[in-house]
Design a protein around this ligand. Structure first.
Ligand code: LMR
Length: 334
C-alpha cells in the first residue's frame, strides 16, 4: 500500500471512531397514555433534563399512547432490552411476578397524595422497587396519577348498580376482586383498547383518574362518572437493570438526578392535571358527574373492605401491615 493511501485510511478510521464516540446513547421511553397527562409530561420533562444535563451524550426518545408497545408487550420488551424506560401502572406488575405492587389497588386505603408519598417516597417504596431486581428490572421512581372515578352508561351510586356490568380493568387481581365485590364482571384489557371497547359495548364501564378518562376521550362514550375516589392509580418508572448498570457512571449519576427532579415535577402536577381534566369533562356536557353522599360512600366501603383481607395471601400480610402502620390506616374503620 502506498504511504498516501495508508494515511487516508488512517484518517478515515479516525473520523469513524470519533463519530462513533460521539453517537449519543439512545434511551427509548415508552408509555401507554397521552402526552398531556401527568406521566406524559413527566416523561417529556425527564427527556429535557437528561439531554440538557448530559450535554447531548444521551438522547431520550419518548413514545406515548402505546405507539411502540401495549401494556403486556412493553414489559416483555423492557426485559429483552428493546426499550429502556417504562412507567407502567402499579396495577400491572402481577404478570411480571411481583404482585406486591397490587397493594396500591386496595380500595379506600389512601386518602391523599400526602399519605401516598409517605409510602412511595420512603423506605417502603424503596423495598418494593427492590423486589423488581430478580426480574432483571430496576425501579427508579414512583410517579403519581391520582384517584380513580368509575364510569358507565348508567349512574353508579350504589354497589347494586354494578350488577352484571362488564367493567374493564388492568391486570391486577385486586382490581378483579374489587369489581366482583361490587357485583360486576371484570375484564382485563390493554389500555389502548379501552375507548373502542366502550364505544362498541364490548365493555360497559371502566375506572381511571379523570386525566386518563379525558385524554383518551372516554367521556365521549360514557354517560356517567362517579367521583368515588375508591382507589389510587400511580406508576413505577422502571428500566432494564443490565442496561442501566452498564451505563457510564457519570451518565448514570446524571440520569438519576434528572429522574429525581422529573419525579418531583410529575408528582407536583398530578393533582392539577386531574382537576383540570375533570373540569373539561364537566364542560363537555357529555358525561354527568355523580358525587356520592356520605351514606352512599359508606355502602361502597362496606362492599369493598373484604378485598383487603382476601388479598393478604397474594400481596403479603407484612407489606399490607407496613403500609397500614405508615399511614395510620385501619380497615375496621372503613
Ligand atoms: C390503565 O387503565 O391501563 C392506565 O392505568 C394506563 C396508565 O398507564 O395510566
Amino acid at each position: 500500500m502506498k504511504m498516501s493511501n495508508l494515511l487516508i485510511g488512517l484518517v478515515a478510521a479516525g473520523f469513524a471512531m470519533t463519530a462513533a464516540a460521539q453517537q449519543p446513547i439512545v434511551i427509548k421511553f415508552s408509555h401507554v397514555v397521552a402526552a398531556n397527562t401527568p406521566k406524559g409530561k413527566g416523561s417529556e420533562y425527564f427527556k429535557k433534563l437528561a439531554e440538557e444535563r448530559t450535554k447531548g451524550r444521551v438522547k431520550v426518545e419518548v413514545y406515548p399512547n402505546s405507539q411502540l408497545y401495549k401494556d403486556k408487550e412493553e414489559m416483555e420488551a423492557l426485559q429483552l432490552g428493546a426499550v429502556h424506560l417504562l412507567a407502567p401502572s402499579l396495577a400491572k406488575f402481577g404478570p411480571l411476578g411481583v404482585p406486591q405492587f397490587e397493594v396500591f389497588d386496595l380500595p379506600y386505603m389512601f386518602d391523599s397524595y400526602a399519605e401516598l408519598h409517605k409510602v412511595t417516597q420512603g423506605p417502603i417504596g424503596a423495598q418494593l422497587l427492590a423486589r423488581l431486581e430478580p426480574k432483571g428490572v430496576k425501579g427508579l421512581a414512583f410517579w403519581d396519577n391520582g384517584f380513580k372515578i368509575m364510569s358507565a352508561n348508567k349512574p353508579l351510586r350504589k354497589p347494586d348498580d354494578f350488577k352484571g356490568l362488564k367493567m374493564r380493568i388492568q391486570s391486577s387481581k385486586v382490581l378483579d376482586a374489587q369489581m366482583r365485590a361490587m357485583g360486576a364482571n371484570p375484564q382485563v384489557m390493554a389500555f389502548s383498547e379501552v375507548y373502542h371497547a366502550l364505544q362498541t359495548g364490548v365493555v360497559d364501564g371502566t375506572e381511571n383518574p379523570p386525566s386518563n378518562l379525558y385524554t383518551q376521550k372516554m367521556h365521549e362514550v360514557q354517560k356517567y362518572a362517579t367521583l368515588s375516589d375508591h382507589g389510587y392509580l400511580g406508576y413505577a418508572v422502571i428500566t432494564n437493570k443490565k442496561f442501566w448498570d452498564g451505563l457510564p457512571v457519570d451518565i448514570r449519576t446524571t440520569l438519576e438526578g434528572a429522574m429525581r427532579d422529573a419525579t418531583k415535577y410529575a408528582n407536583d402536577i398530578a393533582r392539577a392535571e386531574n382537576e383540570n381534566a375533570l373540569a373539561e369533562v364537566r364542560k363537555s356536557g357529555k358525561t354527568e358527574i355523580i358525587v356520592l353522599t356520605p351514606q352512599e360512600k359508606a355502602a361502597w366501603k362496606k362492599a369493598l373492605v373484604r378485598v383487603h383481607r382476601d388479598h393478604e395471601g397474594r400481596i403479603g400480610r407484612d407489606v399490607i401491615q407496613s403500609i397500614y402502620k405508615e399511614i395510620g390506616f385501619d380497615p375496621a374503620k372503613l
